[in-house]
Design a protein around this ligand. Structure first.
Ligand SMILES: [Zn+2]
Length: 423
């Protein structure tokens, strides 16, 4: 009781201190931005403020067509587009009510299925998994999710499938028949191990009434977007009243060989969608099963931009030796990494054990790159080749569905809040 009373008093004091908010709102430039005379892309250019410039926010922070009215440290007034600036406030009530997001890395054994929960919507990246147990777990997880988030009306705004392999799309049909789906985004290739699901989904979207958005993201579309990634209304379909998450595809199916060896071009993994999500200051990157050759192409494309710089990295290709490179991690500077892979048991083909996932070399690279600590430290199992595993002591914020079960990363518009495991 005494503790509760002390807490109440503390809250009262905090309330008194902040009940008159010192509303000093700032905008900090986080990306290359143009300062313009008016709230329009055609307005005269006043300058190019460097990253880190701090503006004071004018007009109570009201946006006009996505632009903020600001005054700079040099006293100059102008307009900047919201995407390239970060809003900071000293109002404690605003901190307590910041919009939140959660990324649920669902344990589907050897495969991938990540549910991204927004304040007003949810999307799914991949609908895979190995076997009936994983499939039933995925459905049970989604059922429980929608039972909690009744406001979403059992609707996934978009399903992204990174590539047409069965460990990424085996549950497409089951999910699409059970829940409402707003759109389907994929890499346009139908010839992988997941072709049955991909073909079924193609017909399903075509027959849907009202018509279900079906978008193949391929290299010409990525090229046309310059080095910003593609973010059209099908890909970036979520906009909530209090936050507009940014969803963009940075790499897709390659129609022509970009100069890779033939074997690399024929490898469906290299055609994976790469998806970046921005939720205010929190950012997430999903690279599907992209392998080294395509990772190099990705890094080259976004060199000199902050497009690959994220807080949370879903580790490529289930922690395989070829799914993560040091240059990629250097571009990302991740705070947290999550691996979607199977458990060491069962010792069967098409299981993590048979692939030796995750690889010790990759977990070692991650441990050197991930900035947050994992506390308490845990002992996990990693492979150095197929079917051979070792103990590994983990002190960094690296999580894996094969070690931890379901992993949920909670964030708000200022960054990561917490990680929850083993539900
Ligand atoms: Zn895979």
């Amino acid at each position: 009781m005494q503790n509760i009373n002390s807490l109440r008093i503390l809250w009262l004091l905090v309330g008194m201190m902040f009940s008159v908010p010192a509303f000093a709102e700032k905008l900090i430039v986080k990306d290359h931005v143009t300062l313009r005379e008016g709230p329009s892309r055609s307005a005269n250019i006043l300058g190019y403020p460097v990253i880190g410039t701090v503006f004071d926010l004018l007009d109570d922070g009201q946006q006009v067509r996505g632009y903020f009215h600001v005054i700079g440290p040099d006293g100059r007034r102008g307009w900047v587009y919201h995407r390239y600036v970060r809003r900071e406030t000293s109002d404690i009530e605003a901190l307590a009510t910041r919009p939140t997001t959660a990324v649920h890395f669902i344990d589907v054994d050897q495969g991938n299925a990540a549910l991204i929960e927004f304040p007003c919507a949810a999307i799914l990246i991949d609908a895979g998994g190995r076997g009936d147990i994983a499939s039933d777990h995925l459905i049970a997880y989604l059922d429980a999710f929608f039972a909690r988030r009744t406001d979403l009306g059992k609707r996934l705004a978009t399903i992204f499938v990174t590539h047409t392999h069965v460990d990424h799309n085996s549950n497409l049909r089951r999910i699409s028949e059970r829940y409402k789906v707003g759109g389907y985004v994929h890499n346009g290739l139908l010839n992988g191990s997941g072709r049955v699901g991909a073909n079924w989904m193609r017909d399903f979207t075509a027959a849907a009434s009202p018509l279900l958005a079906n978008l193949a993201v391929q290299n010409p579309m990525i090229e046309a977007a310059g080095n910003q990634g593609v973010a059209n209304e099908t890909i970036d379909a979520v906009k909530c009243a209090n936050v507009d998450p940014g969803i963009r595809v940075l790499s897709g199916g390659f129609v022509d060989n970009p100069g890779w060896p033939d074997g690399e071009f024929d490898n469906g993994n290299n055609h994976s969608l790469v998806i970046r999500i921005d939720f205010g200051e929190a950012s997430f990157l999903f690279t599907g099963d992209l392998e080294e050759t395509a990772i190099e192409t990705l890094i080259d494309r976004y060199a000199g931009t902050a497009m690959l710089d994220v807080d949370i990295y879903e580790v490529g290709h289930h922690g395989s030796h070829n799914g993560t490179t040091k240059p990629l991690l250097d571009a990302m500077t991740p705070e947290i990494a999550v691996i979607s892979m199977g458990h060491e048991e069962p010792q069967l083909p098409w299981a993590a054990w048979a692939y030796g996932h995750p690889r010790r070399d990759v977990v070692t690279l991650l441990a050197a790159a991930v900035s947050r600590t994992r506390s308490p430290a845990v002992s996990v199992r990693v492979g150095d080749k197929v079917k051979r595993f070792f103990g590994f002591s983990l002190t960094r914020s690296i999580y894996a569905t094969g070690w931890d079960g379901d992993v949920t990363v909670n964030a708000d518009t200022q960054g990561i809040r917490s990680v929850k495991t083993g539900e």
